[in-house]
Design a protein around this ligand. Structure first.
Ligand code: PLP
Length: 478
């Protein structure tokens, strides 16, 4: 703060904000030379409000916010887990926060990126990584462009991609953006890919491969995964692994060992950056040796002169992001992996699955679980059998009244009235038990007092929105 600030206490109004505006500390400029008089502002109406009012205004706004620091956030497919605060501190250290990608001396930042690639290689089993994609969906696009370029350089025409119906919504969207047309395969009653249909689809001839999430969006692990990747490889296809939800796999199972050729990770779900709120994110891509020449540039390589940056590779798909990606997210992932170590990461995987199964078993007393088998990090309930025509939306709105966040609803589409729950490894048993208690209470309300659910929520700053009106008559500006 500027030492020239004069604090003047006005009678009855507390401290006056205007007195906080510091004196100008640059030389007087001749404004008329820069800007014609007609465009100059005569006065600046800064509100004359006591400091305390401002503080209360922003604190009240912040109190309306809900986040994982406030309570459980069981948003399936999004891994809203608690991220250690120490990593936020680390990423703000001046040598990380104030570095510029064009500066000559990089204080070991390129080494950090190189080592992080190696660690992610260890975790997934892949041979080479790019850290540049800025989000999961961006990684998907990059991975699929690599797939496309691979077939182009081999002069093999491949235009279709298999995407099962249990895939994340971004998968078919990215496939289309990369120029593939999509063959959708319906999952079987176990939530797995039916092998006969896969073989049939691969026989179409110009199929580039498959894009798969395992565990899929039903939270179940496809036990025939090695068969799936074998079938695709046998027909000269490539296997893409959507690793956005790697949490339950950490230290337990590696995409490479399942037979995958390309994988993307969401560092902003699994590795210590919050997911949501608009970013920044990071969706690194890992590939097998054969695909390394196609990775975007620049690439980092290790030489006897240290880590250097390599450009203009013949077969690279080119640039996909300025500089090295979202560096801060990468630093946090690096710190997180080093702090936990191999054993710690494995524990993350185990507890993520244990917590989800704990909830699944307790909730099935009152709620229907359509794919009811041991799950990984998440599972899906449906509103089938909830009395008095109470819907998934009613349940989700009522959960808010009890001060916690609702699960993902109406997704995945393969489950009608879906409630997709992912507790993550960072929730304690007490917090899981509280969630079960609320869910059971809501079930009782559905039985005895359904009206209360139809109009919920009551305790939130914004009450139930009229979704139909909002869609029909949107007000897009003030
Ligand atoms: C979140 C997620 C994505 C997309 O990641 P974004 O960073 O939001 O683009 C893709 N696939 C799965 C399975 C996901 O959960």
């Amino acid at each position: 703060m500027n030492s020239n600030i004069q604090l003047i206490f006005e009678k009855g109004t507390g401290i006056n904000l205007q007195n906080y505006v510091p004196e100008m500390d640059i030389d007087e400029i001749n404004l008329d030379k820069i800007l014609p008089k007609a465009f100059q502002r005569i006065d600046l109406p800064i509100p004359n409000i006591p400091e305390v009012e401002i503080v209360r205004h922003f604190i009240n706004l912040s109190n309306r916010n809900y986040g994982v620091d406030t309570g459980i956030y069981p948003l399936g497919s999004c891994t809203m887990k608690y991220n250690p605060k120490i990593n936020e501190h680390i990423v703000r250290l001046p040598n990380f926060a104030q570095i510029h990608p064009l500066q000559e001396e990089n204080d070991g930042c390129l080494e950090l990126l190189y080592h992080l690639s190696k660690l992610l290689g260890e975790i997934t089993g892949m041979d080479g990584f790019t850290l540049q994609p800025a989000a999961g969906a961006h990684g998907e696009l990059v991975g699929l462009l690599i797939m496309k370029k691979y077939f182009e350089t081999k002069r093999i025409k491949k235009q279709k991609l298999i995407v099962p119906d249990s895939a994340h919504g971004t998968n078919p969207a990215s496939a289309r953006m990369a120029g593939f047309s999509i063959i959708e395969i319906q999952s079987n009653k176990n939530g797995e890919v039916p092998l006969d249909q896969l073989e049939f689809a691969m026989d179409e001839g110009d199929v580039a491969g498959i894009m798969l999430t395992n565990p899929n969006t039903l939270g179940v692990f496809d036990r025939q995964i090695k068969e799936i990747t074998r079938i695709v490889h046998e027909k000269e296809g490539l296997c893409y692994y959507d690793g956005a939800n790697l949490n339950p796999m950490l230290g337990i199972c590696r995409p490479r060992d399942m037979g995958f050729d390309i994988v993307h990770l969401n560092l902003h779900k699994t590795f210590s950056t919050p997911h949501g709120g608009g970013g920044p994110g990071s969706g690194p891509i890992g590939v097998v040796n054969e695909l390394i020449p196609f990775l975007p540039e620049p690439c980092l390589i290790s030489t006897k002169h240290g880590i250097i940056c390599q450009e203009n590779k013949e077969n690279s798909i080119g640039r996909i992001k300025a500089f090295w990606g979202n560096f801060g997210v990468l630093v946090k992932a690096y710190a997180y992996i080093l702090a936990l170590g191999a054993e710690g990461l494995k524990k993350v995987g185990q507890i993520a699955s244990l917590n989800a199964n704990y909830l699944r078993v307790l909730l099935q007393k009152n709620y229907s679980v359509p794919y009811n088998r041991i799950c990984q990090h998440e599972f899906v309930l449906s509103d089938r059998g909830i009395p008095n025509e109470v819907t998934t939306e009613d349940i989700a709105k009522r959960i808010l009244d009890y001060g916690i966040y609702a699960p993902t609803i109406y997704f995945p589409l393969v489950v009608p009235g879906a409630l997709m729950i992912e507790p993550t490894e960072t929730e304690s048993k007490q917090s899981l038990d509280y969630f079960v208690k609320i869910m059971n209470k809501i079930f009782e309300e559905a039985n005895n007092n359904p009206e209360i659910l139809k109009n919920a929520p009551y305790n939130t700053p914004v009450k139930r929105l009229d979704a139909v009106q909002a869609a029909r008559n949107p007000i897009l500006h003030d």
